[in-house]
Design a protein around this ligand. Structure first.
Ligand SMILES: [Zn+2]
Length: 127
């Protein structure tokens, strides 16, 4: 049966949005970023989680947490968006200051886009 029902299409889009907007996800993403930035040392290396589930990725991967927060911005009412933007300016400044650029990031398609995907990763866990 061809999918010509606009409300069915909307329900699918809403489902996608519902998956992103789960209760407490903004708080969890901010906490994950703060935990990463609280790691001692002058420079930090981005981390990935190989479990591939959204929850582990959000907890372990600061870029995934930053993606969640970026995705939340357009969904928030004006005042809340300004609060989050202000917090992100602070967290982004520290993330940028404490991580290093990866000049080869553009070679991997999944790392194109936002600047936080183009920082050096800790690859020790791959050895
Ligand atoms: Zn997992």
């Amino acid at each position: 049966m061809p999918d010509t029902d606009p409300s069915a299409r909307h329900r699918r889009q809403t489902l996608y949005t519902d998956r992103l907007v789960t209760p407490g996800i903004t708080r969890a993403a901010v906490a994950a970023l703060r935990r990463f930035l609280a790691t001692p040392g002058r420079y930090l290396y981005m981390r990935r989680d190989y479990c591939a589930c959204t929850r582990c990725d959000l907890e372990c991967n600061p870029a995934a947490a930053r993606d969640v927060l970026e995705g939340m911005l357009p969904l928030l009412p004006h005042y809340a968006r300004r609060d989050l933007e202000s917090l992100l300016a602070e967290l982004d400044g520290e993330l940028l200051h404490r991580t290093l650029p990866d000049v080869f990031a553009h070679r991997e398609p999944w790392r194109r886009g936002a600047w936080w995907h183009e920082r050096l990763y800790d690859t020790d866990d791959l050895l």
